[in-house]
Design a protein around this ligand. Structure first.
Ligand code: FES
Length: 204
């Protein structure tokens, strides 16, 4: 096994939360992704041993869900919604301009490992369409110009934590609705955020 002791300890703690080992599969895949930014063959093998199912079974789950990445992802995963509410509010222009800015086609990562671009299905912010996410932190009410400004800012500042509320304030437009609780956590990596997996963190 090539996961270090700390990660294995965390994995075993997760497994204990479930009545059957194999039920921890999804969370362990998230753990693997938080380690490498994608699901490596090595992680497939480790998880297979940990939960007692075959590598093919682990792989079949990891390739079914699009949030599990099969290749290394850039520091910033740019996910622009292409579904209907966003489409009728000009998401295609946001997509085209961002692809032009980054030089990336769908699901590609740039050579510097800074951006990965993807056009995705609904991200649950239809009332604030068009919307996108940076490392799963959502920004609503975008214009193509503001999307480019957001990416220029990421490129220049390269923040280690991106926070939805901050990006919304600086680059967003009309939101679906105002959240009752301010979101002060932010994404610390390009893996989906779970505080127990340390992929989100309170902002200082
Ligand atoms: S259609 Fe774009 S967020 Fe729902």
């Amino acid at each position: 096994m090539s996961w270090d002791e700390k990660l294995l300890k965390q994995a075993k703690k997760i497994i204990k939360l479930y009545p059957q080992k194999r039920s921890a599969l999804g969370t362990l895949l998230h753990l693997a992704q938080s380690k490498d930014g994608y699901i490596s063959d090595d992680s497939i093998s480790v998880i297979s041993d940990l939960v007692g199912i075959t590598e093919v079974q682990v792989k079949s789950v990891s390739t079914f869900y699009s949030m599990y990445k099969q290749e290394p992802t850039g520091k910033y995963l740019l996910s622009v919604c292409k579904s209907i509410s966003c489409e009728i509010n000009n998401s295609s222009e946001v997509i085209n301009k961002l692809q032009e800015f980054t030089g990336l086609n769908n699901n590609e990562t740039d050579e510097d490992g800074l951006f990965t671009f993807e056009a995705v299905e609904c991200i649950g912010a239809c009332g604030g369409a068009p919307a996108m996410q940076v490392n799963y932190e959502t920004v609503e009410g975008l214009t193509a110009e503001n999307a480019i400004n957001l990416c220029s800012w990421l490129k220049e500042k390269q923040p280690d934590i991106v926070v939805a509320d901050d990006m919304q304030k600086d680059f967003g437009g009309v939101k679906s609705f105002d959240w009752a609780i301010k979101d002060n956590s932010g994404a610390t990596s390009n893996a989906p955020g779970f505080q127990t997996l340390k992929t989100t963190k309170a902002k200082k």
